[in-house]
Write a protein that binds this ligand. Structure first.
Ligand SMILES: *Cc1c(COP(=O)(O)O)cnc(C)c1O
Length: 373
């Protein structure tokens, strides 16, 4: 089912120049040879087809996805670049992954064996990656003995290719340098002098690529949030370079009318106009991913006015109080830049006291995605 709504004037605009810029500055900061665009969860809700296209245009050479199903969508879209599934996959799908040339991660010797069994007699080969758990304690090998046994198992199977070994950092976007160092020492302890080396190793997410690029090899950067131009650090750390948000959220006014001082607006009739003015309605609500508690947020009207969301954000519509009349069809920007004014996802996260990553992951499929220059 395609839940896109192209007949409504409510859009996410994705800026090509922003994505090109973000990838370029990360590449320069790390001297990376390759950027893996991590486009999991519908490209952090930005829209997978659009972000895949923008990433390749910007110079990414490969993709990272959370699960096999997401990788299959990219293949169905026609992308032939390497794709890493970064989560664990049931080995019963090894054949499907091999057929579509998708790299799967395994974290036990048993699952590797089971994957090889699925491939026996098919003539197919599967690229295997082995995540190493150096301290995130999420997935991966935690013991050197298990890792060596797994590597031997992969090497013994002629249907499997030992493609990569990698780890993921817990504090890369925090000031906790000690824990970064601890994970690096764990990596060295677990992976020194292995019987067989993989074709490649990768370590860096946006955080490592931004704040700790000199700490560990960053030939391949698994670039997620930074590609979208968002500083996701908690607490917010200053960037050594500028990122540009790729996403703007815009809608066109569908209703416009004068409002008298004291008039109530929205469900519950709790908001009352503080003075005479105008009320405009836009077709974006909390089921589009705009925050439920977004009342009070600024909205940038194309005529230069700065309005405010009032009366609560409804499911599909929101109302904005402005001083001067606004014509139906006028564009309103909820996230993005108009002239010298801007509203960032960080502004929205602060106003609604939520996390910027949660906010950016909330944009609904029904918002139309448009690529702009
Ligand atoms: C999500 C993810 C990334 C991307 O991380 P960002 O911090 O968004 O750049 C990289 N590697 C793995 C294993 C991931 O799960």
């Amino acid at each position: 089912m395609n839940y896109n709504a192209p007949h409504r004037h409510a859009v996410i605009e994705l800026s090509q120049s922003a994505v090109v810029h973000n990838l370029k500055v990360i590449k320069e900061n790390t001297h990376a040879k390759e950027i893996m665009a991590v486009l999991k969860a519908n490209a952090f809700s930005h829209g997978l087809p659009e972000m895949a296209s923008l990433s390749i245009t910007a110079g990414a050479t490969r993709f990272g996805m959370a699960m096999l199903d997401e990788a299959l969508i990219l293949r169905d879209l026609g992308y032939i670049q390497p794709i890493d599934v970064l989560g664990l996959t049931d080995p019963r799908y090894a054949r499907l992954a091999a057929e579509r040339n998708i790299t799967l991660a395994f974290s036990t010797k048993e699952s590797i064996k089971a994957a090889a069994e699925q491939l026996a007699g098919t003539g197919l080969t599967l690229k295997v990656s082995l995540p190493v758990d150096t301290g995130l304690n999420r997935i991966g090998f935690k013991s050197r003995e298990d890792l060596v046994a797994a590597i031997q198992e992969v090497s013994a199977q002629d249907t499997l290719i030992f493609q990569s070994m990698w780890t993921h950092f817990a504090t890369a976007d925090t000031p906790n340098v000690d824990y970064v160092d601890f994970q690096i020492s764990e990596w060295q302890r677990l992976t020194h002098d292995l019987p067989v080396e993989p074709n490649e190793k990768h370590f860096a997410n946006t955080g490592i690529a931004t704040w700790y690029p000199e700490k560990i090899n960053t030939d391949i950067v698994r670039l997620g949030i930074g590609l979208f131009g968002i500083n996701g650090s908690v607490p917010i750390m200053s960037m050594p370079f500028e990122l540009i948000p790729a996403l703007s959220l815009k809608a066109k006014v569908v209703n416009s009318k004068p409002l008298k001082k004291g008039d109530a607006v929205g469900y519950g009739a709790e908001y009352h106009a503080p003075n005479d003015g105008y009320l405009i309605t836009i077709p974006i609500g909390h089921s589009d991913g705009y925050p439920f508690n977004g009342s009070g947020m600024r909205a940038l009207v194309a005529d230069g006015q700065i309005g405010h969301i009032v009366g609560g954000v409804a499911m599909d519509q929101s109302m904005i109080f402005v001083t001067n009349p606004v014509a139906v069809g006028t564009t309103v920007t909820l996230i993005g830049r108009v002239g010298d004014q801007s509203i960032t996802m960080q502004d929205l996260a602060e106003h609604t006291q939520s996390s910027i990553v949660a906010l950016m992951n909330d944009f609904a499929p029904r918002l139309q995605r448009i690529i702009v220059s």
